[in-house]
Ligand binder design. Structure first.
Ligand code: GDP
Ligand code: MN
Length: 385
Protein backbone atom coordinates (compact mmCIF):
# COMPACT_ATOMS: atom_id res chain seq x y z
CA UNK A 1 0.00 0.00 0.00
CA UNK A 2 1.38 3.35 -1.05
CA UNK A 3 1.45 6.40 1.19
CA UNK A 4 1.19 9.95 -0.04
CA UNK A 5 4.35 12.06 0.04
CA UNK A 6 3.19 14.10 3.06
CA UNK A 7 2.36 10.93 4.99
CA UNK A 8 5.70 9.40 4.01
CA UNK A 9 7.54 12.52 5.18
CA UNK A 10 5.70 12.52 8.53
CA UNK A 11 6.67 8.90 9.04
CA UNK A 12 10.30 9.51 8.08
CA UNK A 13 10.49 12.64 10.25
CA UNK A 14 9.38 10.55 13.26
CA UNK A 15 12.41 8.38 12.61
CA UNK A 16 14.79 11.33 12.38
CA UNK A 17 14.91 12.24 8.69
CA UNK A 18 14.99 16.03 8.16
CA UNK A 19 12.10 17.24 5.97
CA UNK A 20 11.11 20.76 4.87
CA UNK A 21 8.56 22.67 6.98
CA UNK A 22 5.10 22.92 5.46
CA UNK A 23 1.61 21.50 5.47
CA UNK A 24 -1.14 19.82 3.47
CA UNK A 25 -3.80 21.91 1.72
CA UNK A 26 -7.11 20.80 0.26
CA UNK A 27 -8.09 24.26 -0.98
CA UNK A 28 -6.34 27.27 -2.50
CA UNK A 29 -7.01 29.29 0.67
CA UNK A 30 -5.36 26.66 2.82
CA UNK A 31 -2.38 26.67 0.48
CA UNK A 32 -2.11 30.47 0.83
CA UNK A 33 -2.25 30.23 4.63
CA UNK A 34 0.45 27.59 4.79
CA UNK A 35 2.65 29.63 2.47
CA UNK A 36 2.14 32.70 4.69
CA UNK A 37 2.98 30.73 7.81
CA UNK A 38 6.03 29.15 6.17
CA UNK A 39 7.30 32.50 4.85
CA UNK A 40 9.42 32.97 1.76
CA UNK A 41 9.06 30.95 -1.40
CA UNK A 42 7.37 27.56 -1.32
CA UNK A 43 6.97 24.53 -3.51
CA UNK A 44 3.42 23.27 -4.20
CA UNK A 45 3.26 19.53 -4.85
CA UNK A 46 0.36 17.40 -6.06
CA UNK A 47 -0.26 14.49 -3.67
CA UNK A 48 -0.78 11.49 -5.89
CA UNK A 49 0.41 7.89 -5.77
CA UNK A 50 2.69 8.34 -8.75
CA UNK A 51 6.12 9.71 -9.40
CA UNK A 52 7.22 11.81 -12.34
CA UNK A 53 5.24 14.78 -11.05
CA UNK A 54 8.07 17.24 -11.59
CA UNK A 55 8.02 16.70 -15.37
CA UNK A 56 4.22 16.72 -15.49
CA UNK A 57 3.48 20.05 -13.83
CA UNK A 58 2.73 18.50 -10.45
CA UNK A 59 5.57 20.30 -8.65
CA UNK A 60 5.48 24.12 -8.85
CA UNK A 61 7.60 26.77 -7.23
CA UNK A 62 5.73 29.79 -5.84
CA UNK A 63 7.44 33.01 -4.75
CA UNK A 64 4.43 34.43 -2.88
CA UNK A 65 1.39 33.12 -0.98
CA UNK A 66 -0.85 34.24 -3.87
CA UNK A 67 1.23 32.28 -6.35
CA UNK A 68 0.99 29.25 -4.05
CA UNK A 69 -2.80 29.65 -3.95
CA UNK A 70 -2.93 29.91 -7.75
CA UNK A 71 -0.79 26.81 -8.23
CA UNK A 72 -2.94 24.89 -5.73
CA UNK A 73 -6.16 26.04 -7.43
CA UNK A 74 -4.89 24.71 -10.75
CA UNK A 75 -3.88 21.34 -9.37
CA UNK A 76 -6.68 20.58 -6.89
CA UNK A 77 -9.61 18.72 -8.40
CA UNK A 78 -7.72 18.11 -11.64
CA UNK A 79 -6.19 14.83 -12.73
CA UNK A 80 -2.44 14.60 -13.05
CA UNK A 81 -1.01 12.51 -15.88
CA UNK A 82 2.63 11.51 -15.42
CA UNK A 83 4.90 8.93 -17.04
CA UNK A 84 3.89 6.60 -14.20
CA UNK A 85 0.09 6.91 -14.53
CA UNK A 86 -2.21 5.74 -17.30
CA UNK A 87 -3.46 8.31 -19.83
CA UNK A 88 -6.47 8.95 -17.56
CA UNK A 89 -4.17 10.15 -14.76
CA UNK A 90 -4.93 10.25 -11.04
CA UNK A 91 -7.03 12.77 -9.12
CA UNK A 92 -5.32 15.45 -7.03
CA UNK A 93 -7.23 15.78 -3.75
CA UNK A 94 -4.49 17.53 -1.79
CA UNK A 95 -1.28 19.46 -2.30
CA UNK A 96 1.76 19.67 -0.07
CA UNK A 97 2.98 23.24 0.45
CA UNK A 98 6.55 23.38 1.71
CA UNK A 99 9.39 25.79 2.16
CA UNK A 100 11.82 25.47 -0.74
CA UNK A 101 15.20 24.01 -0.03
CA UNK A 102 18.39 25.47 -1.46
CA UNK A 103 19.79 22.62 -3.47
CA UNK A 104 23.55 22.12 -3.75
CA UNK A 105 23.27 18.51 -4.89
CA UNK A 106 20.42 16.09 -5.52
CA UNK A 107 21.21 12.65 -4.09
CA UNK A 108 19.21 9.44 -4.17
CA UNK A 109 18.53 7.18 -1.19
CA UNK A 110 16.24 4.17 -1.07
CA UNK A 111 15.65 1.00 0.86
CA UNK A 112 13.73 -1.98 -0.45
CA UNK A 113 13.62 -5.76 -0.32
CA UNK A 114 15.78 -7.24 -3.05
CA UNK A 115 14.34 -10.64 -3.92
CA UNK A 116 17.49 -11.62 -5.81
CA UNK A 117 19.73 -10.94 -2.84
CA UNK A 118 17.08 -12.22 -0.43
CA UNK A 119 17.65 -9.24 1.85
CA UNK A 120 16.71 -5.63 2.31
CA UNK A 121 19.14 -3.35 0.54
CA UNK A 122 20.02 0.31 0.85
CA UNK A 123 20.61 2.02 -2.48
CA UNK A 124 22.26 5.41 -2.83
CA UNK A 125 23.45 7.52 -5.72
CA UNK A 126 25.12 10.86 -6.28
CA UNK A 127 22.93 11.13 -9.40
CA UNK A 128 19.59 11.81 -7.73
CA UNK A 129 16.82 13.93 -9.20
CA UNK A 130 14.26 13.28 -11.85
CA UNK A 131 16.22 10.86 -14.06
CA UNK A 132 17.23 8.09 -11.66
CA UNK A 133 15.56 5.48 -13.90
CA UNK A 134 17.86 6.46 -16.76
CA UNK A 135 20.88 6.30 -14.42
CA UNK A 136 19.90 2.77 -13.35
CA UNK A 137 19.51 1.79 -17.00
CA UNK A 138 22.60 3.39 -18.51
CA UNK A 139 25.16 3.78 -15.71
CA UNK A 140 24.20 1.32 -12.96
CA UNK A 141 27.67 1.66 -11.41
CA UNK A 142 26.58 5.09 -10.19
CA UNK A 143 24.12 3.38 -7.83
CA UNK A 144 25.68 2.03 -4.65
CA UNK A 145 24.06 -0.95 -2.95
CA UNK A 146 24.51 -2.22 0.61
CA UNK A 147 22.68 -5.41 1.58
CA UNK A 148 21.43 -5.45 5.17
CA UNK A 149 21.74 -8.55 7.33
CA UNK A 150 18.26 -8.85 8.83
CA UNK A 151 19.64 -10.30 12.07
CA UNK A 152 22.40 -7.73 12.58
CA UNK A 153 20.60 -4.75 11.09
CA UNK A 154 22.40 -1.96 9.29
CA UNK A 155 26.01 -1.68 10.48
CA UNK A 156 27.48 1.79 11.07
CA UNK A 157 30.32 1.15 8.62
CA UNK A 158 27.76 0.59 5.87
CA UNK A 159 26.24 4.05 6.30
CA UNK A 160 29.73 5.59 6.38
CA UNK A 161 30.72 3.65 3.28
CA UNK A 162 27.70 5.01 1.42
CA UNK A 163 28.49 8.56 2.52
CA UNK A 164 32.06 8.18 1.28
CA UNK A 165 30.85 6.62 -1.96
CA UNK A 166 28.67 9.67 -2.59
CA UNK A 167 31.73 11.89 -2.24
CA UNK A 168 30.61 13.46 1.03
CA UNK A 169 32.81 14.33 3.98
CA UNK A 170 32.59 16.15 7.30
CA UNK A 171 29.16 17.26 8.47
CA UNK A 172 27.51 16.28 5.18
CA UNK A 173 28.85 12.73 5.48
CA UNK A 174 27.59 12.49 9.07
CA UNK A 175 24.21 13.87 7.99
CA UNK A 176 23.97 11.30 5.21
CA UNK A 177 24.90 8.46 7.57
CA UNK A 178 22.22 9.63 10.01
CA UNK A 179 19.65 9.75 7.19
CA UNK A 180 20.55 6.19 6.16
CA UNK A 181 20.14 5.02 9.78
CA UNK A 182 16.79 6.79 10.06
CA UNK A 183 15.54 5.31 6.79
CA UNK A 184 16.58 1.86 7.97
CA UNK A 185 14.71 2.35 11.25
CA UNK A 186 11.59 3.58 9.47
CA UNK A 187 11.76 0.73 6.97
CA UNK A 188 12.18 -2.01 9.56
CA UNK A 189 9.72 -0.75 12.15
CA UNK A 190 6.86 0.03 9.78
CA UNK A 191 6.94 -3.08 7.60
CA UNK A 192 7.84 -1.07 4.53
CA UNK A 193 8.55 -2.70 1.20
CA UNK A 194 9.97 0.55 -0.16
CA UNK A 195 11.32 3.81 1.17
CA UNK A 196 12.63 6.11 -1.54
CA UNK A 197 13.93 9.64 -1.14
CA UNK A 198 14.60 11.30 -4.48
CA UNK A 199 15.98 13.82 -4.27
CA UNK A 200 17.70 13.65 -0.93
CA UNK A 201 19.05 17.17 -0.99
CA UNK A 202 22.46 18.32 0.14
CA UNK A 203 21.60 21.94 0.86
CA UNK A 204 23.89 24.87 0.19
CA UNK A 205 24.23 25.10 3.98
CA UNK A 206 25.57 21.52 4.12
CA UNK A 207 22.40 19.92 5.55
CA UNK A 208 20.73 16.72 4.33
CA UNK A 209 16.98 17.13 3.69
CA UNK A 210 14.39 14.83 2.10
CA UNK A 211 12.76 16.95 -0.62
CA UNK A 212 10.61 14.04 -1.82
CA UNK A 213 9.55 10.76 -0.20
CA UNK A 214 7.85 7.63 -1.34
CA UNK A 215 6.87 4.89 1.12
CA UNK A 216 5.11 1.61 0.38
CA UNK A 217 3.86 -0.60 3.20
CA UNK A 218 3.83 -4.37 2.73
CA UNK A 219 0.13 -5.26 2.29
CA UNK A 220 0.59 -8.51 4.19
CA UNK A 221 1.75 -6.59 7.27
CA UNK A 222 -1.09 -4.06 7.34
CA UNK A 223 -2.95 -6.12 9.94
CA UNK A 224 -0.26 -5.17 12.46
CA UNK A 225 0.10 -1.58 11.23
CA UNK A 226 -3.47 -0.35 11.81
CA UNK A 227 -2.50 3.35 11.86
CA UNK A 228 -0.80 3.06 8.50
CA UNK A 229 -3.61 0.89 7.08
CA UNK A 230 -5.96 3.78 7.89
CA UNK A 231 -4.04 6.00 5.45
CA UNK A 232 -5.31 4.01 2.44
CA UNK A 233 -6.61 6.41 -0.22
CA UNK A 234 -9.09 4.66 -2.55
CA UNK A 235 -9.18 7.66 -4.93
CA UNK A 236 -5.72 6.74 -6.18
CA UNK A 237 -6.69 3.21 -7.29
CA UNK A 238 -8.81 2.14 -10.26
CA UNK A 239 -12.42 1.98 -8.90
CA UNK A 240 -12.60 -1.80 -9.25
CA UNK A 241 -9.33 -2.23 -7.32
CA UNK A 242 -10.55 0.12 -4.59
CA UNK A 243 -13.67 -2.05 -4.21
CA UNK A 244 -11.50 -5.17 -4.04
CA UNK A 245 -9.44 -3.55 -1.28
CA UNK A 246 -12.66 -2.92 0.68
CA UNK A 247 -13.62 -6.60 0.32
CA UNK A 248 -10.18 -7.76 1.47
CA UNK A 249 -9.38 -9.35 -1.89
CA UNK A 250 -6.10 -9.38 -3.76
CA UNK A 251 -7.25 -8.16 -7.16
CA UNK A 252 -5.21 -6.70 -9.99
CA UNK A 253 -6.91 -5.49 -13.16
CA UNK A 254 -5.32 -6.79 -16.36
CA UNK A 255 -6.00 -6.27 -20.07
CA UNK A 256 -7.64 -9.51 -21.24
CA UNK A 257 -11.18 -10.94 -21.29
CA UNK A 258 -10.87 -14.04 -19.07
CA UNK A 259 -12.10 -13.34 -15.56
CA UNK A 260 -10.08 -15.54 -13.20
CA UNK A 261 -11.20 -16.74 -9.77
CA UNK A 262 -8.61 -18.76 -7.87
CA UNK A 263 -7.63 -19.57 -4.30
CA UNK A 264 -3.95 -19.06 -3.54
CA UNK A 265 -1.62 -16.59 -5.21
CA UNK A 266 0.64 -19.28 -6.69
CA UNK A 267 -2.28 -21.13 -8.22
CA UNK A 268 -3.62 -17.79 -9.48
CA UNK A 269 -0.34 -17.13 -11.30
CA UNK A 270 -0.35 -20.65 -12.78
CA UNK A 271 -3.97 -20.21 -13.86
CA UNK A 272 -3.13 -17.00 -15.66
CA UNK A 273 -0.35 -18.89 -17.46
CA UNK A 274 -2.91 -21.51 -18.54
CA UNK A 275 -5.18 -18.80 -19.90
CA UNK A 276 -2.31 -17.30 -21.86
CA UNK A 277 -1.27 -20.76 -23.14
CA UNK A 278 -4.81 -21.16 -24.48
CA UNK A 279 -4.33 -17.96 -26.46
CA UNK A 280 -6.52 -16.02 -24.04
CA UNK A 281 -5.51 -13.10 -21.86
CA UNK A 282 -6.57 -12.84 -18.22
CA UNK A 283 -8.79 -9.90 -17.29
CA UNK A 284 -7.54 -9.94 -13.74
CA UNK A 285 -5.47 -11.55 -11.05
CA UNK A 286 -7.75 -12.55 -8.18
CA UNK A 287 -6.87 -14.59 -5.12
CA UNK A 288 -9.88 -15.13 -2.84
CA UNK A 289 -7.59 -16.60 -0.19
CA UNK A 290 -7.86 -19.73 1.90
CA UNK A 291 -10.11 -18.36 4.60
CA UNK A 292 -12.89 -17.08 2.35
CA UNK A 293 -16.54 -17.84 3.12
CA UNK A 294 -19.51 -17.98 0.75
CA UNK A 295 -20.13 -14.24 1.10
CA UNK A 296 -16.55 -13.32 0.28
CA UNK A 297 -16.55 -15.63 -2.75
CA UNK A 298 -19.82 -14.08 -3.92
CA UNK A 299 -18.34 -10.60 -3.50
CA UNK A 300 -15.28 -11.66 -5.48
CA UNK A 301 -17.38 -13.05 -8.33
CA UNK A 302 -19.64 -9.97 -8.46
CA UNK A 303 -16.52 -7.81 -8.60
CA UNK A 304 -14.95 -9.93 -11.33
CA UNK A 305 -18.16 -9.85 -13.39
CA UNK A 306 -18.49 -6.08 -12.98
CA UNK A 307 -15.51 -5.67 -15.30
CA UNK A 308 -17.15 -5.10 -18.72
CA UNK A 309 -14.10 -6.64 -20.43
CA UNK A 310 -14.88 -10.09 -18.97
CA UNK A 311 -16.40 -12.36 -21.66
CA UNK A 312 -15.51 -15.78 -20.17
CA UNK A 313 -14.60 -16.97 -16.71
CA UNK A 314 -12.00 -19.43 -15.48
CA UNK A 315 -12.47 -20.79 -11.96
CA UNK A 316 -9.64 -22.90 -10.57
CA UNK A 317 -10.09 -24.06 -7.00
CA UNK A 318 -8.02 -26.48 -5.02
CA UNK A 319 -10.31 -27.14 -2.10
CA UNK A 320 -8.59 -27.27 1.25
CA UNK A 321 -9.66 -25.01 4.05
CA UNK A 322 -11.76 -23.26 1.42
CA UNK A 323 -14.19 -26.03 0.45
CA UNK A 324 -15.35 -26.43 -3.15
CA UNK A 325 -19.06 -26.42 -2.18
CA UNK A 326 -18.57 -23.04 -0.48
CA UNK A 327 -17.05 -21.65 -3.68
CA UNK A 328 -19.86 -23.13 -5.79
CA UNK A 329 -22.55 -21.59 -3.57
CA UNK A 330 -20.74 -18.26 -3.69
CA UNK A 331 -20.66 -18.38 -7.50
CA UNK A 332 -24.38 -19.16 -7.70
CA UNK A 333 -25.17 -16.42 -5.19
CA UNK A 334 -23.11 -13.92 -7.21
CA UNK A 335 -24.81 -14.93 -10.47
CA UNK A 336 -28.11 -14.01 -8.84
CA UNK A 337 -26.80 -10.62 -7.77
CA UNK A 338 -24.80 -9.64 -10.84
CA UNK A 339 -26.28 -7.31 -13.42
CA UNK A 340 -26.49 -8.38 -17.06
CA UNK A 341 -25.87 -11.78 -18.64
CA UNK A 342 -23.45 -14.17 -16.92
CA UNK A 343 -20.60 -15.19 -19.24
CA UNK A 344 -19.74 -18.89 -19.76
CA UNK A 345 -17.50 -20.45 -17.12
CA UNK A 346 -14.80 -23.09 -17.21
CA UNK A 347 -14.45 -24.66 -13.78
CA UNK A 348 -11.79 -26.93 -12.37
CA UNK A 349 -12.47 -28.03 -8.81
CA UNK A 350 -10.41 -30.51 -6.86
CA UNK A 351 -10.04 -31.35 -3.20
CA UNK A 352 -12.42 -30.95 -0.28
CA UNK A 353 -16.07 -31.42 -1.28
CA UNK A 354 -15.23 -31.20 -4.99
CA UNK A 355 -18.09 -33.48 -6.03
CA UNK A 356 -20.60 -31.45 -4.05
CA UNK A 357 -19.27 -28.21 -5.54
CA UNK A 358 -19.44 -29.57 -9.08
CA UNK A 359 -22.97 -30.80 -8.46
CA UNK A 360 -24.12 -27.38 -7.26
CA UNK A 361 -22.68 -25.74 -10.36
CA UNK A 362 -24.05 -28.29 -12.85
CA UNK A 363 -27.56 -27.90 -11.38
CA UNK A 364 -27.31 -24.09 -11.25
CA UNK A 365 -28.51 -23.39 -14.78
CA UNK A 366 -25.32 -21.41 -15.42
CA UNK A 367 -23.29 -22.12 -18.54
CA UNK A 368 -20.55 -24.17 -16.87
CA UNK A 369 -17.96 -26.48 -18.38
CA UNK A 370 -16.48 -28.73 -15.70
CA UNK A 371 -12.96 -29.94 -16.36
CA UNK A 372 -10.53 -32.15 -14.47
CA UNK A 373 -7.15 -30.70 -15.27
CA UNK A 374 -5.45 -27.56 -16.46
CA UNK A 375 -4.95 -28.89 -20.00
CA UNK A 376 -8.68 -29.46 -20.38
CA UNK A 377 -9.30 -26.02 -18.87
CA UNK A 378 -7.10 -24.43 -21.52
CA UNK A 379 -8.88 -26.32 -24.30
CA UNK A 380 -12.33 -25.40 -23.00
CA UNK A 381 -11.35 -21.77 -22.69
CA UNK A 382 -10.04 -21.83 -26.25
CA UNK A 383 -13.40 -23.08 -27.47
CA UNK A 384 -15.15 -20.16 -25.82
CA UNK A 385 -12.73 -17.69 -27.42
P1 GDP B 1 8.66 13.72 -8.58
O1 GDP B 1 9.01 14.28 -9.94
O2 GDP B 1 7.26 13.21 -8.53
O3 GDP B 1 9.65 12.71 -8.11
O4 GDP B 1 8.69 14.97 -7.55
P2 GDP B 1 9.87 15.58 -6.67
O5 GDP B 1 9.34 15.90 -5.34
O6 GDP B 1 11.07 14.72 -6.68
O7 GDP B 1 10.18 16.94 -7.37
C1 GDP B 1 10.78 16.98 -8.66
C2 GDP B 1 11.93 17.99 -8.71
O8 GDP B 1 11.47 19.25 -8.27
C3 GDP B 1 13.08 17.65 -7.78
O9 GDP B 1 14.00 16.74 -8.35
C4 GDP B 1 13.70 19.01 -7.57
O10 GDP B 1 14.60 19.29 -8.62
C5 GDP B 1 12.52 19.95 -7.67
N1 GDP B 1 12.15 20.37 -6.32
C6 GDP B 1 11.33 19.72 -5.44
N2 GDP B 1 11.28 20.40 -4.28
C7 GDP B 1 12.08 21.49 -4.42
C8 GDP B 1 12.45 22.56 -3.58
O11 GDP B 1 12.03 22.68 -2.44
N3 GDP B 1 13.30 23.49 -4.10
C9 GDP B 1 13.75 23.40 -5.36
N4 GDP B 1 14.57 24.34 -5.82
N5 GDP B 1 13.43 22.41 -6.19
C10 GDP B 1 12.61 21.47 -5.74
MN1 MN C 1 11.12 12.60 -6.71
Amino acid sequence: MKLHEHQAKELLARHGVAVPAGGVARSADEAREIAMRTGGSVVVKAQVHAGGRGKAGGVRLAATPDEAAAAAAEMLGARLVTAQTGPEGVPVGAVLVEETVDIARELYLAMLVDGGVGRPVVMASEAGGMDIEAVAEETPERILVEAVDPALGLMPFQSRKLAGGLGLDGAAARGLARAVDSVHGAFAQNDCSLVEINPLVLTTGGGIVAADAKVTIDDDALFRQPDLAGLYDPSQDAPIEARAHGLGLSYVKLDGDVGCLVNGAGLAMATMDVAVAAGAAPANFLDVGGGADEEKVAGAVVLLLSDPAVRRVLINIFGGILRCDVVARGVVEAAGRAEGPIPPMVVRMLGTNAEEGRGILSRSGLEVTLVDDMGAAAAALGELG
